[in-house]
Design a protein around this ligand. Structure first.
Ligand SMILES: Cc1cc2nc3c(=O)[nH]c(=O)nc-3n(C[C@H](O)[C@H](O)[C@H](O)COP(=O)(O)OP(=O)(O)OC[C@H]3O[C@@H](n4cnc5c(N)ncnc54)[C@H](O)[C@@H]3O)c2cc1C
Length: 390
């Protein structure tokens, strides 16, 4: 068995940022288990789905983003022994004194029968699934008549509210090209309002009405077959036929080995059972989690990681619990309401707005905020966030 002082599972936004911060803070002997050879800045996927970014612009070889000074173990974890703690991969077992889990969420294809087949057939797809993201814009741009359906996924999902981005950017395109009135655009929302944040919802409801989008509320897609999408609402199931394109985002869950290793809590999605304030596992003190896979009682996002990484890096190197820092549940929802205008919604665990700057009001859609999201943040991500500098 190979041992490390600290072992981090998952080299996505959470894992790479944390490793970089720990190394900057002087930590030695950090191992990172990450199976994939390509790292992605996933927020740009929504801009790929609007023809504003290429896949190449959001991808980097993993070896270019793994911080110098840590040991990259290119393996897939299949089980955890919480008492070691240690992780098991196809190549063997890796032990450690401290284990941090951040393997993200995975698509729960079985939750939506027919979705994988509809993706394969090409009449459904989404920006959230890497393989279909490049197909979304050609499919949407080609529409000039017919029915098109979008969804926002239920929680937990990786910044699920941003599934509104491809909808609004496509509507803006269709309005500019004069075909919007010939399209029947539908949106399936998991809750009563788009975000559950009153000020932002008012703006988004006005936007939906201005584009003529028909909204199904407290609803979810339950099946897809032969260009028919079945939607369950509080008043029963409804079949929507002749769908030209369905931008249906899959449901998500934690990787199964989390629950199989006895690390999940009570959530149906099997998220890691951590104290949402300290990020430490409730039953196994040597195990911690952050990012999308952790049950932090807030909506997962990359923006949330900026706070989580700082709190966790501090707590991992602090012996006395009295001095632990607490994560307040801060998270973000950046939504484009048009091709070049974006609102940024920042909330805490209770859904109260917690703007990072007092002025201007970032919930008001602006071109400058879109430019930051589309152009400045990707640069900040690769140059600073992944290097543990934010
Ligand atoms: C389409 C889309 C748009 C988004 N837009 C935004 C946005 O605008 N703003 C925002 O703040 N957030 C956004 N997000 C959310 C953001 O990308 C995630 O919250 C963030 O990536 C979570 O980071 P993570 O490290 O927890 O998980 P991930 O990024 O999923 O990384 C997990 C890593 O773990 C690895 N892994 C998984 N299983 C194993 C295993 N068994 N063994 C070893 N390695 C494993 C994976 O290969 C992966 O590299 C978006 C996400 C998507 C999909």
């Amino acid at each position: 068995m190979t041992d490390h002082e600290m072992l981090i599972v998952g080299g996505g936004n959470a894992g790479i940022s944390l490793v970089a911060k720990l190394l900057r803070d002087g930590q030695q002997d950090v191992g990172l288990v990450e199976s994939e050879s390509v790292h992605r800045y996933r927020p740009l996927l929504n801009y790929v789905g609007a023809g504003q970014a290429s896949m190449a612009s959001l991808e980097r070889p993993t070896d270019k983003v793994v911080p110098d000074g840590c040991t990259w173990i290119q393996e897939r974890v299949v089980a955890v022994d919480p008492d070691g703690p240690s992780v098991l991969t196809a190549e063997g077992r890796f032990g450690c004194s401290t284990l941090v889990l951040c393997p993200g969420l995975e698509e729960h294809w079985d939750a939506t029968p027919g979705l994988a087949d509809a993706y394969a057939a090409g009449w459904a797809g989404s920006t959230f699934v890497v393989e279909t993201a490049p197909l979304v814009w050609p499919a949407l741009r080609a529409l000039s008549t017919g029915r098109v359906l979008f969804t926002v996924p239920p929680e937990p999902a990786p910044c699920g509210a941003t599934a509104l981005k491809p909808l609004f950017m496509a509507c803006d395109h269709w309005r500019r090209t004069g075909v919007l009135q010939d399209l029947d655009v539908r949106l399936v929302l998991p809750r009563q309002t788009p975000l559950g944040v009153p000020q932002a919802d008012d703006e988004l409801e006005r936007t939906l009405a201005s584009y003529g989008v028909q909204v199904m509320r407290e609803a979810e897609v339950t099946a897809l077959a032969d260009r028919r999408v079945t939607v369950a609402t509080s008043s029963g199931e409804q079949a929507i036929d002749d769908v030209a394109f369905a931008h249906v985002v899959p449901h998500y869950r934690a990787p199964r080995w989390i629950a199989e290793s006895g690390l999940a809590g009570a959530t149906a999605a099997g998220l890691v059972d951590v104290d949402p304030l300290t990020l430490r596992h409730r039953r196994h003190p040597a195990i911690w989690a952050l990012g999308d896979v952790a049950d932090l009682a807030t909506r997962p996002s990359g923006g949330a990681l900026r706070k989580q990484v700082v709190v966790l890096a501090h707590n991992l190197t602090t012996d006395d619990e009295k001095f632990f820092q607490h994560y307040d549940g801060y998270t973000v929802m950046p939504i484009t309401v048009a091709r070049h205008r974006l609102m940024l919604v920042e909330v805490d665990r209770d859904g109260h707005q917690v703007p990072s700057v007092p002025f201007p009001d970032l919930v008001r859609p602006r071109r400058a905020t879109w430019a930051v999201d589309r152009y400045a943040l990707p640069i900040t991500y690769f140059r600073r966030i992944l290097r543990g500098k934010v």
